[in-house]
Design a protein around this ligand. Structure first.
Ligand code: ADP
Length: 867
């Protein structure tokens, strides 16, 4: 309570007046005006009149406020924290159906009316405000009305007075009956939940439906492909080709509808994985090249040099957008060219915004349709649907996908002249370069003649060559090429290399190397640029003419560089298989299946008989020995009995699913590997799944699978996955990792954690503690011998043994989650494999140090267990 200063109370005031002073003191405090009181403390009459004026003013304000609140059906409350009294306006009580006396004027009376579920929240909100949170507080809760029903009340309040110590002493606020509004909100919420659950049900239904449709589709497409591979007459072949193209079209429609509904239901989430931008663009363009070249189109692509090459994002969804734009560009263009350019728009905080442009010289799009085409099921010219097909969903999906990638998509086009589609997307930057291409210094002095009639291709090839240091001349026709050659001869000089478009009319194209050939000159410094449609015959022609090197359009810079290296290689180093032959073989070998040299064993785990047959035939045709397991349990049994080079694993199966089976196989593998060779030998497992929902890929990889293909199985995709896995296992991370880069990682060795993670070992061994202990014991038992051998190999400069030991140690320590030791072993292994003996030797002490740390840790672990 506010008190007067002792001087005022005690000096010159008669004892009976003290009572009056106290009363005035209290009044002043109630009025919240102790200072005003003090100002006229020596003149009681003035003080009394001052107080009366103030109280009168306050009464008027309160009346006005009450009137305003009553007219809005709001109630006023005023809570004195010192006495606990809480004034609640009668009008508000009446609004709830109470007479004034039915609802007490204190906090307890108010709280007793609040719904017990809501009371803690209300108290907490007020308590937090009292502790200083927020200028005011707002809370909504249920309060019982006079007739027993629950009413929703919104209460707003604020501290309006504090005592001299600054503690809150009074809170004032309003109550409002918001039952009606709350009713709508709840109604809306319920409707939203219903809609969401309907959309979830729709999406689940579509996912299941896709599974159900894809399985028979797998049978149709697979069996048709197999039948097309048999002896057929022309009529039968025609029928089957129609079946195949219709089935392909149906599958792509199903995929589009599924994607669209997934995006609509907000179910589509993007992945965040590392990928190479040039590889994604190059592979997508190459996949469509055959169609483009069959129509006689020139296909060109370029990526601006400032564009980071390794990104973090969703390569599959990016590929889908590219596939759609490039597919449309080829579909709607009859002559001319289709080009793709990518460049960086901006870069900030480890992220990059990239713009991709896909240009064509096709039918173009009318101005008025250029917005509409990005809507679902809309096509610029419905009359073209009959001719070109399509659902009108592709661009709608593209738009949604690029928006998910924080980008946008737009088009500039002119009817009859062509279209220019652009989109932007954001991604994380991992590295600027995939690997630093070691460009030969001798290129700096070399002269190269590019014979190409398409200006865009000539420009792109020329730019790349100049970048690598070549001096470039371009000839747009055979005649120009002849003139350039003659001019060089006249000045007693010659081109070091010629890059010639195979598809140019005479005297360009093949006429050029055939003239050299006829004149008895060596043609091994000519590179022919072939197109994917005619490459099979053209490559044979190259061989006949002695042209050793060729590339297939659309060219990637690395294709071109490989071809240049091959063309400039001395003849004695000539590889047995030329690039062209390799590419042809790939085409001929049933959509990319490289025939294994010996019959490899594959375990096919699949419950569906149709899928079983298709996958078996595909693998047998590629030369594999196939064992079929009908579910995960059978797969484990087979794995126990036999060694396989590869396992193809369905995910959804009865008895035991693919994820569980993989985990069990990995655990057995760890035990078996240790028992037999002391190092972990991995059997590649590739998931085959009709699942298309987000997260499936991660689930497969987390379970220990190495790669992933979706059903219906496309042979090309499957073999690409097999090749990827094989490459990864062969080179386990060391290809493309420069030793200097690893040396930078050396700083990792300073970090204490990473010595070992036995939790990983336990998970691997399905929690089998005894096995964990015996693995640790085996490892410790062998370690001394391994270290001695390693040191001996260093002394005798035996790089091969150093590499082999480091490789084996890397696998062994990996089982204990020893990231640092594994890194150190990898460093030694990479250097040794690259033939950099000195670097390998230099890295050995760090490895031994890490092994010592690991062994100390493992020994401590065993000691603690025994203690
Ligand atoms: P679809 O191609 O399956 O019909 P899209 O959504 O991919 O569906 O394309 C919608 C429409 O936009 C096409 O039907 C076509 O009319 C028009 N379109 C798209 N790309 C091009 C292009 N490169 N040239 C001309 N028209 C195009």
């Amino acid at each position: 309570m506010t008190t007067l200063p002792p001087s005022t109370r005690e000096q010159g005031v008669a004892p009976d007046a003290a009572v009056l002073w106290r009363a005035l003191d209290a009044l002043a405090a109630r009025a919240g005006e102790p200072r005003a009181f003090r100002a006229c403390a020596d003149d009681p009459l003035r003080l009394v009149s001052r107080l009366i004026t103030m109280l009168d003013q306050q009464m008027r304000e309160k009346e006005r406020l009450t009137l305003a609140l009553d007219s809005r059906h709001d109630g006023l409350w005023d809570w004195d924290l010192r006495t606990g009294e809480m004034f609640l306006s009668s009008a508000w009580k009446a609004g709830l159906g109470y007479r004034d006396e039915q609802f007490g004027n204190d906090r307890a009376a108010w709280e007793s009316m609040i719904h017990t579920d809501d009371l803690p929240m209300v108290q907490d909100r007020i308590w937090r405000h009292l502790r200083g949170e927020g200028e005011d507080f707002h809370v909504e809760y249920r309060l019982r009305g006079a007739s027993g029903e629950w009413l929703w009340i919104a209460t707003h309040g604020r501290i309006v007075m504090r005592d001299e110590e600054g503690k809150p002493s009074r809170i004032v606020g309003t109550h409002r009956n918001v039952t009606e509004r709350k009713g709508w909100e709840l109604e809306l919420l319920r409707a939203k939940e219903v809609a969401e659950s309907a959309s979830r049900a729709k999406s689940d239904f579509l996912a299941n439906m896709s599974h159900e449709i894809r399985t028979p589709m797998n049978g149709i497409i697979g069996m048709t492909e197999l039948a097309l591979d048999t002896q057929l007459d022309a009529e039968q072949r025609g029928y089957l080709q129609t079946v195949k193209s219709s089935a392909d079209a149906l599958l792509s429609i199903i995929n589009d509808i599924l994607d669209f509904s997934k995006i609509e239901a907000g179910k589509l989430e993007l992945e965040e994985i590392e990928f190479s931008l040039p590889a994604v663009i190059g592979d997508t363009f190459k996949a469509l090249a055959l169609r483009g070249h069959q129509k006689g189109l020139e296909l060109v692509f370029s990526i601006a040099p400032d564009t980071p090459q390794v990104l973090r994002g969703d390569p599959n969804r990016l590929r889908q957008v590219l596939m759609n734009l490039l597919g449309n560009a080829i579909k709607f263009t009859d002559k001319g060219e289709v080009s793709l350019n990518a460049h960086t728009v901006s870069r900030e905080d480890g992220r990059v915004r990239i713009e991709v442009a896909v240009r064509d010289t096709g039918i173009g799009i009318e101005q008025s349709k250029q917005f509409e085409i990005f809507d679902a099921f809309s096509q610029a010219d419905t009359s073209t649907t009959r001719r070109f097909g399509g659902t009108g969903l592709g661009l709608a999906i593209c738009r949604k996908l690029v928006e998910l990638m924080r980008g946008r998509i737009w088009v500039a086009s002119e009817s009859g002249k062509g279209s220019d589609f652009h989109f932007t997307f954001e991604a994380g930057v991992v590295r600027n370069q995939v690997k630093t291409e070691s460009i030969d210094n001798s290129y700096q002095r070399m002269k190269v003649l590019v014979v190409e009639d398409n200006a865009t291709t000539a420009r792109e090839v020329g730019e790349n060559l100049r970048c690598w240091g070549f001096q470039v001349s371009v000839a747009a026709s055979g005649e120009e090429a002849d003139a350039a050659l003659k001019l060089m001869a006249k000045i007693g000089d010659a081109f070091d290399l010629m890059i010639v478009d195979a598809n140019m009319p005479d005297p360009g194209g093949f006429a050029l190397p055939s003239r050299f050939h006829d004149a008895g000159a060596c043609c091994d410094r000519v590179i022919m640029m072939l197109n994917s449609d005619t490459q099979r015959n053209d490559a044979a022609r190259c061989r006949q003419l002695g042209v050793r090197s060729n590339v297939v359009k659309p060219l990637t810079p690395s294709d071109l560089l490989d071809a240049i290296r091959l063309a400039l290689m001395p003849v004695q180093d000539e590889p047995e298989v030329t690039l062209a032959e390799f590419q042809i073989d790939e085409q001929l070998l049933h959509a990319g299946a490289a025939k294994p040299e010996r019959r490899q064993e594959v375990l096919l785990v699949e419950d569906n008989p149709v899928n079983q047959t298709v996958a078996t035939k595909i693998m047998q045709r590629a030369g594999y020995e196939v064992t079929v397991a009908g579910d995960g349990q059978e797969a484990i049994e087979w794995f126990e009995k036999k060694r396989f080079d590869l396992i193809l694993m369905d995910v959804q199966m009865p008895v035991l699913g693919g994820i569980e089976a993989t985990k069990a196989i990995r655990a057995r593998e760890a035990r078996r590997s240790w028992a037999m060779s002391g190092r972990w030998e991995v059997t590649p497992i590739i998931a085959m799944t009709a699942h298309v929902m987000q997260g499936d890929r991660e689930r497969c990889l987390e379970a220990g699978m190495d790669d992933y293909v979706s059903k219906p199985i496309q042979p090309a995709e499957l073999f690409a996955a097999i090749e990827r896995v094989a490459k990864r296992l062969e080179t386990t991370d060391f290809e493309g990792i420069a030793v200097s880069q690893l040396a930078d990682q050396n700083c990792l060795l300073q970090i204490e954690h990473g010595v070992a993670d036995l939790e990983q070992t336990r998970t691997l061994l399905e929690g089998d503690e005894a096995s964990v202990d015996s693995l640790v014991a085996i490892f410790l038992g062998d370690l001394g011998k391994n270290c001695v051998q390693l040191e001996k190999a260093v002394v005798t400069n035996d790089g091969k043994t150093i590499g082999a030991l480091a490789h084996s140690l890397k696998s062994s320590v990996g089982v204990f989650g020893a990231a640092l030791a594994a890194d150190a072993a990898l460093m030694v292994e990479v250097a040794a494999r690259k033939g950099e003996l000195e670097a390998a030797k230099k890295a050995v002490p760090a490895l031994i140090a890490e092994l010592n740390r690991l062994s100390a840790y493992l020994r401590r672990y065993l000691e603690n267990k025994q203690a």
